[in-house]
Write a protein that binds this ligand. Sequence first.
Ligand code: ARG
Length: 566
Amino acid sequence: MVDVKKEIELVLKKYVDINNLYENITEIKDEVNGDYTFPCFMLSKELKKSPKDIADDLKEKIGNNDIFEKVESVNGYLNFFINKKYLTKIVFEEFDKTKEEYGKGSKKPETVLIEYSSPNIAKPFHIGHLRTTVIGHALYNIYKFLGYNTIGINHLGDYGTQFGKLIEGYKLWGNEYDIEKNPIDELVKMYVRINALCDEDEEVLERCRNNFKLLEQDDEYCVNLWKKFSKYSMEEFNRTYDMLNIKFDEIKGEASYVKDMNDIISTLEKNNKVTVSEGAKIVDLSDKNINTPCIIQKSNGSSIYATRDLAAIKYRANKYDFDKCLYVTGYEQDLHFKQVFAVASYLDLDKKYIAGLEHISYGMYRLKEGKMSTRKGNFVKVEDILNEAIEKAKSIILEKNPDIEDIDETAKKVGIGSVVFGDLYNSRIKDEVFDLDEMLNFQGETCPYIQYMYVRINSILHKVDGKVLLKDVNYDKLSNDLSYRLIKLIYNYKNVIEEAASKNEPYILSRYLIKLANTYSVFYANNKILSDDMDERNSYLYLINIVGNILKEGSKLLGIEMPNKM
Ligand code: ARG
């Protein structure tokens, strides 16, 4: 698509000689002072003139031009009012070529790995995992849409001392729990019970530790049990992934990296980075301004979370030759990733890989009831949350529209979409209170609001059998303020997606979609779309068809589907 800023740069270039001209032309958001502005004070020193004189002079020189409706000199700024017809044409012609791919980037050579979700086997897929799953999935879609070679990775937590306990619990009471039917609930119950027993009885705890050792030594009985726990847990997680429409390019458990521990440690030892402290192997990171050393091997010789992460970095560098590797995990792990990335720089990997590592941190989600703890067994599963959202959506929709067809399909899209959108509506680092009622408020800045606008657009287009053609558009009919506001937003869609990717902030896209829906609703309230003036009607139809398309495709990037009716 034509880049309007670039066009302004071309015009200015004839008179202004600075090298970062493009970056200095910025968008104006207020609608009153034009569309773009260029500050002239940066030329003041060189030209030995006041910014105001420079702006006046440039305005004079530029004169009349097809691209601009007018150019104004205001307080040393040169403000450009883009010719409305010119911009509308750019946008409409681009849409005509690209349709649902409007805004999509061309194929890029860079590979971006996005590691997200990564729940723990035999533990609940809880609300913290909801955030990584939803944020990670949105980023995955966004990068992919922009043309990056994008790989989604689930770094499954299938390793840890808790398996020693679960094995012991299973030995003691295995027949009392129906793990096949209800894996996570039953395993958690068993885990809580064995933990209580361990608290009382040191001998049981010792047996648990021993089970874990046996597991590490590939003992057949222990490995088979572990496989069973993993298989059933994964089946349960997959139900949640199906609801959210998520697939991973790679699902690889932490356990698969245990065999690489010695290789990682020997590289670090060769580089003189390892010291022994109380029997454990650690890497001091004070050189890197990190006060807490990173433990890479426990005193009993077991591998540790960080070491498995280090092995994963090496594996990913070799396998994918990545340019970026993003870790979508809560801010409780800020220190962990700082340490891991710092230690990774001692692994003799190409610098490019180290530079590409990035922790995409996010804030905590709290249910209204307060913080959840797995150990005590009071947790809320994401699957249950999603089902509750669907039920709530269903009753709200039926109340408004009792005769609706496909209510289940619609309730699913609205219910799940609401939870996803609620998660993506603020900057990810903010702590949030999880409030389904707020997320499902049809009048709020919510998913149902966007879906409702989409459905309304659809129903208008339905009346004309979706017949909207560029050749029937009369651009003169679209130069009013309300149309132009929509057109500018449409023009900016791609920039918004690019910004969301560059900051790894899906909320930039969510907010944009709300703004687009909002702007549409004002447009709709003030214009008769199926106007008797056929030129006007066809032009409006073309415009709202684009709006509907962006609401749909933009939401899809976030992981949200549009219903046909609601
Ligand atoms: N399984 C971990 C958890 O549930 C998250 C894993 C994050 N990723 C990583 N590479 N350490 O907390």
